[in-house]
Design a protein around this ligand. Structure first.
Ligand SMILES: [Fe+2]
Length: 443
């Protein structure tokens, strides 16, 4: 039962572990989703013309004929953007997407690469570093104005800016949580300066999981889980150790008792092996009566020791082939009292002393030494009594031959409720019917 319990216990823990781990993986994945353009609280972005002297200039472009009117003056300007991480989580990676709202020319960008998509969504210019790019590096038409390479853009075109190394932006709990980026745009004089009304930032948090209260619920679960698993294994180790000790103790007791019973049996050649056989019969009867393993072993030990008082009876009386005198008979009967005196301190098998004391009591109260009746006699002793008489009758004695099993059963039936407990006898008869005694009777 205990083994099944511990197996179930560990199985439940394992299933819990798997189930919670699946939830944890889902939870961890859910906390790392890409968030688009969520400027409400997490990411703050602002971009506008830089306000330093010389950040705005005009240049004459007589040769440009790309857009209407295509001639005249262009206004060049440095536009600076700041990406600020307002959350407590670190931003793992990010990029900025700006949609151009007026005809313009992109000239430069720093601290990152740019990609350009047409307003139909098609890739127009693959990723390029404008600070280092030469005219031949472009896959789109460009215009050269003095030493500047200008990329003409139309309303609806999108610029994707991806930072070089500043992909990581710490959370606001740390010192630096801003990244600066910059562009140079040219616009036609008639269009005015650039406006950045349409933009978005794509970003992904790193380790957002640590800031989530649920994460700590999982941590607590795993700590508690580990505690329960460790307890389970500790329980198994303790049980194994106990079982090992129990087996060793059992073996020690059994061996010592067996040696002791051989001393008893050695007093009488004709009853040699009597104690061992009574022990075995008692075990079988107890088992047939539905007793537990421990109770059956108890019955076995009681059977082994029941006659130990004979050690104190003179050899000439024990082995006397003739009928005993009244005086001798009294001495013989005293083996029950002597047995009790010998065994009363054997607390490991407390019933053994009662088995020695009462195994000649009869169910009807006509036995000795105390004339106990019925259930006044301990049940285990009622079992040993049947086993004892069965062994006596099934063996040769000085004065008679062994009785066959059928005759013994017949005699027992007559004595049911008189000498013997009918319940114990029923178990005995059932065993006899199953042929359980055949093997032992042959020995
Ligand atoms: Fe006896």
């Amino acid at each position: 039962m205990k083994r099944r319990f511990i197996k179930t216990y560990l199985a439940v823990l394992f299933v819990l572990f798997v189930a919670v781990s699946v939830l944890f993986v889902k939870f961890a994945a859910a906390t790392q989703v890409l968030k688009d353009n969520d400027i409400s609280s997490d990411i703050n972005f602002s971009i506008g013309k830089r306000r330093l002297r010389g950040d705005l200039w005009t240049t004459s472009v007589p040769s440009i004929n790309y857009m209407s009117p295509g001639k005249g003056n262009l206004i060049g300007g440095i536009y600076e953007g700041v990406v600020k991480n307002m959350s407590t989580h670190s931003v793992k990676k990010w990029n900025l997407e700006i949609t151009v709202t007026r005809p313009c020319y992109l000239n430069n960008a720093w601290n990152g690469f740019v990609e350009i998509y047409r307003n139909d969504g098609l890739l127009f210019q693959p990723k390029i570093d404008l600070k280092k790019a030469r005219e031949t590096d472009f896959s789109i038409p460009t215009i050269k104005n003095l030493n500047n390479i200008l990329i003409p853009l139309e309303p609806g075109d999108r610029i994707i800016f991806e930072p070089y190394m500043g992909k990581f932006i710490p959370g606001k709990v740390q010192d630096v949580n801003s990244v600066y980026i910059g562009f140079i745009f040219y616009t036609e004089e008639t269009s005015g300066l650039m406006r950045f009304d349409t933009w978005k930032i794509n970003y992904q948090f790193e380790h957002a999981i640590f800031f989530h209260p649920l994460f700590y619920v999982f941590v607590v679960f795993y700590i508690v889980w580990l505690y329960f698993v460790a307890s389970g294994f500790y329980f198994i180790a303790v049980k194994r150790s106990e079982e090992h000790d129990r087996k060793r103790d059992k073996l020690t007791i059994e061996q010592v008792i067996k040696v002791f019973t051989r001393f008893i049996d050695a007093k009488d050649f004709y009853t040699a092996g009597h104690s061992e056989r009574v022990g075995r019969y008692s075990f079988k009867i107890a088992k047939e009566m539905g007793k537990s393993e421990d109770e059956c072993m108890n019955a076995y030990y009681c059977g082994l020791l029941h006659d130990c008082g004979k050690i104190a009876v003179p050899d000439e009386i024990i082995a006397k082939p003739d009928k005993l005198t009244d005086e001798e008979y009294v001495l013989m009967q005293e083996h029950t009292i002597m047995g009790y005196a010998i065994l009363k301190d054997l607390t490991l098998i407390p019933d053994a002393s009662f088995a020695a004391f009462y195994h000649h009591e009869r169910f009807d109260g006509a036995g000795y030494p105390n004339g106990l009746k019925g259930e006044e006699i301990p049940e285990i002793v009622r079992i040993v009594s049947v086993a004892d008489v069965f062994d006596c009758m099934s063996r040769d004695r000085y004065y008679r031959k062994a009785f066959p099993l059928e005759a013994i059963i017949e005699d027992f039936k007559k004595n049911s409720g008189k000498q013997f407990d009918p319940v114990v006898l029923n178990a005995f008869f059932a065993l006899a019917e199953k042929g359980e005694f055949n093997e032992i009777l042959k020995k």
